[in-house]
Each structure stands twice: as C-alpha cells, then as structure tokens.
Design a binder for this molecule. Structure first.
Ligand SMILES: [Zn+2]
Length: 233
C-alpha cells in the first residue's frame, strides 16, 4: 500500500507518483528511477531494491531514511517511451535558471515552459518535502558512467570503486533543465545520475550496482549531518 503522504502528484494519464519510505533515520536519501520511460535498466533496479529490502536481503543503516520513487514517469515506463505523455523530456523540464526552450533533437523537447509538466511538479514537491541530503537518479546509456552534479565527486569516486564505472562531472552534452542542475548546481544538493549500461540484463545490473548504491546511501552518514537534513515526511 502506498502511503498517501508519500504521493507527490499524478502523471498526465493519472498514475500516482510516489516514493516509498524505508527506515526512520535522520539522513534522508532519495532514489529515483524511470525519469526516462525507455530506460528500464534504471526503474527495474529501483524496484529490485524495494523487493530486496522487503524480503530482508538488504538492511540499511539506522541513520538513513531511504525514499524510493521507482517510476517518476509512470506513463513513459508503461509505454516504453523516453518522454511523458506530452512528449516532454522530464530531465529538461525542471525550473532551472538554464532552462532553454530550444532543443537539438525532438527527444529532448523541454516542454512549453520550465516546470510545465505534472511529473515535474511532483519532482519539485518530492524534493521540497523530503529535503534529501542526496539524490540518486537511475538512467541508462550506451556509455555507462557515474555523472555527478554538485559537490559530490568524492562520492562518485567511492561508487566507482564498487561498480567500475567512470565518475564524470559532465555527461558530454548540455542538459538544461535537468535534475542534476536543479539539485546539484542550484540547491547545493548532491545529485548522482547513474547511467547504467543500456541493454544490460537486470540480474547483471543488480550485481554490478547494488554495492555502489549502498555506498551512496551511507556516504553522508559519517559527515556532519546538518540539522536541516532531517526527514520531514
Ligand atoms: Zn535517461
């Protein structure tokens, strides 16, 4: 059952956009999957995490409240499409200072205006209410990498020791209106965009990235946890 307190909005077609909360620790961490609905490697990994936590194979440290939003773009995931139902790339639609109405390829269509999409409104609400110390967003790409935005290169390097992927501060092309910019560069909120190898089978993905994600979730425990980094939801 989804806790209604953890439903942050609805998609264009009316699906709930929710995050499941695990643990009651002071350090809130947000794991997001399925921003791009044709990148099943990411949302299946997020869902696998929920399954493994529920069946007891994984135990998280007490200091953490982990929020998992497995499918931020439920309509896209249901239809295996990158964009939402309005053909908007949700990772170009966030209300960032660098939001740009121009796009080089239709698959990067940023929408009519910054934050125009209901899924984006849900993302903003989720971040404001959860107030996470870290966001990890799961994507897939032909060139797998740990893309870091904000002050978290050290975290990306630690994850790299577990999954062998290169840490990169720049994905190689501009991404205005992205979550990395919204959180990492504009809100001092570290964002890791984990680009899983596209086409890799779910068991392999699990094996390769499980420990890297656990490293990420625990990374800020040992640091001084500022008081404001408490879970509000
Ligand atoms: Zn993606």
């Amino acid at each position: 059952m989804i806790d209604p307190d953890h439903v942050f909005g609805n998609s264009v077609l009316g699906s709930e956009i929710y995050a499941e909360k695990i643990g009651t620790g002071k350090l809130a961490v947000l794991l997001i999957g399925g921003v791009h609905g044709d990148e099943s490697e990411g949302y299946l990994m997020a869902e696998r995490f929920l399954i493994e936590i529920h069946n007891g194979s994984i135990t998280l440290p007490e200091d953490i409240s982990l929020y998992i939003c497995p499918r931020l773009n439920p309509d896209g995931c249901a239809n295996n499409r990158r964009t939402n139902q309005h053909n908007v790339d949700l990772n170009r639609n966030l209300p960032t200072r660098d939001w740009d109405r121009n796009f080089s390829n239709i698959k990067y269509y940023p929408g009519k205006s910054p934050g125009s999409e209901p899924e984006t409104a849900a993302t903003v609400r989720m971040i404001e209410q959860i107030d996470p110390a870290l966001i990890v967003s799961l994507h897939s790409y032909e060139k797998p990498m740990i893309n870091f935005n904000g002050d978290c290169e050290d975290l990306a390097i630690s994850m790299s020791e577990k999954n062998g992927l290169p840490p990169k501060g720049d994905i190689g092309y501009p991404t205005p209106g992205s979550l990395g910019t919204y959180g990492g560069w504009e809100r001092n909120l570290p964002v890791i965009t984990l680009e899983i190898l596209r086409g890799q089978n779910p068991d392999q993905v699990w094996k390769i990235h499980r420990d890297a994600l656990l490293t990420a979730f625990s990374f800020y425990i040992s640091r001084k946890i500022p008081e404001r980094r408490t879970a509000h939801v």
